[in-house]
Design a protein around this ligand. Structure first.
Ligand SMILES: *Cc1c(COP(=O)(O)O)cnc(C)c1O
Length: 425
């Protein structure tokens, strides 16, 4: 029996489903999850010592590659001085200054430990600041697992959402309106009718949790104009896109200045660190300055801050994002060409260090289009690639991630592997 399977069976006895986050269980693609023994650069090794080229990168954080020596050294250096104090440190100010420097929309920032905490806190803050209850999110966007965001669309326009998870009272989601991504007309109608009641709109500015979906320029510009007009707080949830799609994040690519931004993944460099920040007048409503409560025992943890700050410095090396984008675009292009050669209906897209693979004829622009793609074929491709030693996200609805450690050679190896895999499916 493979060691991966052995560990999976053992893990299932004491951990629900054998995993600590659901997508890791391979539920949607089937088969045995790979247990990671170690990782370096663009690769990791599983419990059976098989090597993989990794296109998840811990779901985004590993943008400089796994176990980057400078990041590891920074973590080791601070760890010997103590792991957590529950009192402020200078490094927290340094990373706040770094984030404010890179994001002009962020005047003040608060550190937390997960993206879920960041979005949950940003929404509470937006409600406290505006004195309004209603919030808007878009179908297919994921903003962590807090109650009011685990919601699916109601039955009609302006009907508020229903819980999409057990354990969430309908009362908790009745203030969350779910609209369609890229649907400008629906957005305009909604704001015309109830704009003055909406506390905030939370957006994945480039969606990465329903595969990769880009917004239209009209959609993001309309959203900014309407939220501004109605005094609604615009939250860019850049937990995934932050510092991955561009040094200035998705907001720089859009030329949009959101009121609040949430960050995670890359800013922790692989450690539990996330943040929310934005306009100083809004951030001033947070405790201890204001009456919106928010706190965290491990917030701004020194080891996490060391990993994050070091990562943020590494990605500012000249040409970092240009190289990352070029290699990711080459990967996407090469995969699409391989599919064409094999006569498989599969297209790809990319932005910065993120890419999407879609088993359909055209790049989707909405959740409905993504979910109409050929999932069975994706699953066969996923397993064929796994056999080839390429680890893609184990779901047709997730984006892929490239790191700067993915050299041109590794990208070409991946494309060659895809050619063989596509010929087999
Ligand atoms: C990953 C993610 C989150 C949640 O972050 P966690 O650290 O997993 O809680 C929130 N929003 C977006 C856009 C994400 O991709």
């Amino acid at each position: 029996m493979s060691r991966n399977l052995e560990l999976f069976e053992r893990g299932k006895k004491t951990i629900p489903g054998g995993v600590n986050s659901p997508v890791r269980a391979f539920g949607s693609v089937g088969g045995t999850p790979r247990f990671v023994k170690k990782a370096l650069g663009a690769h990791f090794w599983d419990a059976d010592d098989k090597q993989y080229i990794d296109y998840i990168g811990s779901w985004g954080p590993a943008i400089v590659g796994h176990a980057h020596p400078t990041v590891i050294k920074a973590v080791q250096d601070v760890a010997v001085d103590g792991l957590s104090f529950g009192a402020p440190t200078e490094a927290e100010i340094e990373i706040a200054e770094e984030i404010c420097k890179l994001l002009p929309s962020v005047e003040q920032v608060r550190l937390v430990s997960s993206g879920t905490e960041a979005t949950m806190s940003a929404i509470r803050l937006a409600r406290g600041f505006t004195g309004r209850d209603a919030i808007v999110k878009f179908e297919g966007c994921y903003h962590g697992h807090s109650d009011s965001l685990l919601v699916k669309a109601g039955s009609g326009l302006l009907t508020f959402g229903n819980p999409s998870s057990g354990g969430v009272p309908a009362d908790f989601t009745k203030h969350t309106l779910v609209l369609e991504y890229n649907n400008v007309e629906q957005l305009e109608r909604t704001f015309k009718e109830i704009g003055d009641q909406i506390a905030c709109v939370i957006l994945e500015p480039i969606a990465g949790n329903m595969n990769l979906i880009k917004p239209s320029a009209e959609f993001v510009q309309t959203l900014r104009a309407l939220t501004e007009k109605h005094g609604t707080v615009l939250i860019y949830d850049e937990v995934m896109t932050g510092f991955r799609v561009d040094l200035g994040c998705a907001q720089a690519l859009h030329g949009v200045k959101p009121d609040l931004t949430t960050l995670g993944k890359v800013i922790g460099g692989g450690m539990p660190l996330a943040a929310f920040g934005g306009r100083a007048d809004i951030m001033g409503c947070i405790s201890p300055l204001g009456n919106v409560y928010q706190a965290g025992t491990l917030s701004g943890n020194p080891v996490a801050v060391a990993a994050g700050l070091t990562t943020l410095k590494l990605i500012q090396e000249p040409g970092f994002h240009a190289t990352l984008s070029r290699r990711t675009a080459r990967l996407a292009q090469g995969l699409a060409e391989a599919a064409k050669e094999a006569g498989v209906s599969m297209v790809t897209d990319s932005v910065g260090g993120m890419f999407g693979i879609y088993f359909c004829d055209a790049v989707p622009t909405s959740y409905a289009q993504v979910t109409a793609s050929d999932r069975e074929r994706f699953n066969r491709f996923f397993h064929a690639m796994l056999d080839e030693g390429v680890y893609l996200a184990p779901s047709a609805y997730e984006a892929g991630f490239v790191s700067i450690a993915h050299t041109d050679e590794i990208i070409e190896q991946t494309i060659a592997a895809a050619r063989r895999a596509l010929a087999r499916i």
